[in-house]
Design a protein around this ligand. Structure first.
Ligand code: ADP
Ligand code: ZN
Ligand code: MG
Length: 481
């Protein structure tokens, strides 16, 4: 029985972060009262005319540059004609054979193996409205045109497809999202639909050099769903072929509750759209000066930043990867590291306790109640011996709930390390007096391993405030004679 190899290509749509929509002055924002951000242009009223949003064009050029594409100086818009109730004009303004970005690539890593995913095109179009279907007797449907005309960027991977596993497709999408958010062209929120992706999946017998019939999966709104959806399709298609049946080329939806894909519609052919150049807009005519001035605005991208984190801060590859996941997180780390001069400690606290606290309250790093200054302050308190690492675990929780600076909390709670030698000695003696058997075991029988118990008792009675090094030294001294 032949083993089957998955083959995957991706079409991704990203809603662009602009103030206004693509061809009119309506505000571009998510949600809101239905049909409150519309005008004659984005509701397709006869006689209205589109005006191009320069910012959106620049976002696409910058993205194309970041994805190593060349820029088509003669890009222009076309009409893609089709009827659907969420498309009031009866056509979508898009780019057909003259996309802004052509022939780029993106490297993705899975399990230490790098795959170069080639990109065929990056183009600009407008989003459609949204339909809502109410269940029930009336079978009513509603349309919300707030999203109609929102600038939308499409990124399509090249043929022949490069990806060979669901993990690779997921990694591609994560990398793409990181780049888009670093560029600040898209907020990357899959759950709000600002980043949507349609994997194209086929399978073929291992060793084959032709490609099988593909299906396209829609409605995937999380990384997890992307991975699961692809895995499901690979298995479904492999079983079909194994049993001598054929894969039908079609678009399939993803059902989150059954974790399965289902047939949606068979593939429309390109000719049905009757593409033709949009007569109401001038061609773009993108000059070299414009491209170069946009290139100079590109931020340090995730891969470059990760390499720098390894080289400049001496972070392990794993830490550097995690911390450069989003630009905000990377900024947070750098600001903390700069202020505490201990990058590894900063990395550990951010990836450990801080991430846990953020997750538990469903907060993003941008809404973190602990400022980088305060986190750095806490790390300095530990380094300077003012508090123990153990107290710091409690302190960070307190900082998270109150937002107060660490020094203030330590002062208010009396969490300073016990450094007064007399007070500490008092405590140690008390513990020795309370545990004569242990002390004699150590002194007479040489059971030095029991010292740990005594140290633990002192730490407990000091509520974690005693300096463990000093406690160890005192216990050594007083169990010796
Ligand atoms: P369509 O016109 O059906 O949208 P495209 O030719 O535009 O198809 O390709 C869309 C995506 O599907 C691209 O990323 C492409 O690489 C990928 N693709 C094409 N053929 C296959 C295949 N047999 N298996 C998997 N992916 C494919
Ligand atoms: Zn409008
Ligand atoms: Mg397609």
């Amino acid at each position: 029985m032949p083993e089957y190899e998955p083959v995957i290509g991706m079409e991704c749509h990203a809603e662009l972060l602009t103030e206004s929509k693509m061809f009119c002055g309506c505000r571009n924002a998510f949600g809101g009262e239905p049909n409150t951000r519309c005008c004659p242009v984005c509701t397709g009223m006869p006689g209205s005319l589109p005006v191009m949003n320069q910012k959106a064009v620049e976002h696409v050029i910058r993205t194309a540059l970041a994805l190593n594409c060349s820029i088509n100086p003669n890009a222009r818009f076309d009409r893609k004609n089709y009827f659907y109730p969420d498309l009031p004009k009866g056509y979508q303004i898009s780019e057909y054979d003259t996309p802004i970005g052509i022939k780029g690539w993106l490297d993705v890593e899975v399990d230490g193996k790098t795959t170069r995913v080639h990109i065929r095109r990056v183009h600009l179009e407008e989003d459609t409205g949204k339909l809502f279907h109410l269940a029930g007797e009336e079978n009513e449907s509603f349309v919300d045109l707030n999203r109609s005309g929102v600038p939308l960027m499409e990124i399509v991977t090249d043929f022949p497809p490069d990806m060979r596993s669901a993990e690779e497709a997921r990694a591609f999408l994560m990398k793409l999202r990181a780049i888009l958010t670093y560029l600040e062209v898209c907020d990357g929120k899959m759950e709000e639909g600002s980043l949507r992706c349609e994997p194209n999946v086929s399978v073929r017998p291992v060793g084959s050099d032709t490609f099988g019939t593909k299906t396209e999966i829609k409605n995937l709104n999380s990384f997890r769903a992307v991975q699961r959806g692809i895995e499901y399709e690979v298995e479904r298609q492999s079983k079909l072929l194994e049993s001598g049946q054929q894969v039908v080329q079609e678009t399939r939806g993803w059902n989150e509750s059954t974790q399965a894909t289902f047939p949606q519609r068979s593939k429309e052919v390109e000719q049905e759209y009757r593409y033709f150049p949009e007569p109401d807009l001038v061609p773009l005519s993108i000059t070299n000066e414009w491209i170069e001035s946009l290139r100079s605005t590109l931020p340090e991208l995730p891969d470059a930043r990760r390499t720098r984190f390894i080289d400049a801060y001496g972070l392990p590859v794993y830490d550097a990867g995690l911390l450069t996941d989003t630009r905000a997180l990377a900024d947070y780390f750098e600001e903390t590291a700069r202020r505490c001069e201990d990058p590894k400690a900063a990395a550990n606290w951010i990836m450990g306790d801080l991430s846990r606290l953020l997750n538990a309250s469903s907060l993003d790093i941008t809404a973190c109640p602990i400022s980088p200054e305060n986190l750095a302050g806490m790390i300095r308190l530990i380094a300077g011996g003012t508090i123990s690492g153990k107290i710091a675990k409690t302190l960070i929780e307190e900082m998270f709930t109150t937002g107060k600076p660490p020094a203030q909390i330590v002062e208010e709670k009396g969490w300073k390390t016990l450094t007064d030698p007399l007070a500490l000695l008092e405590l140690v003696k008390q513990v020795l007096d309370d545990n004569p058997q242990v002390v004699s075991d150590i002194r007479q029988k040489g059971l030095v391993q029991k010292k740990g118990f005594l140290v633990g008792q002192v730490m407990k009675f000091s509520q974690g405030k005693a300096d463990p090094k000093e406690v160890n030294r005192l216990i050594d001294e007083y169990t010796r004679e």
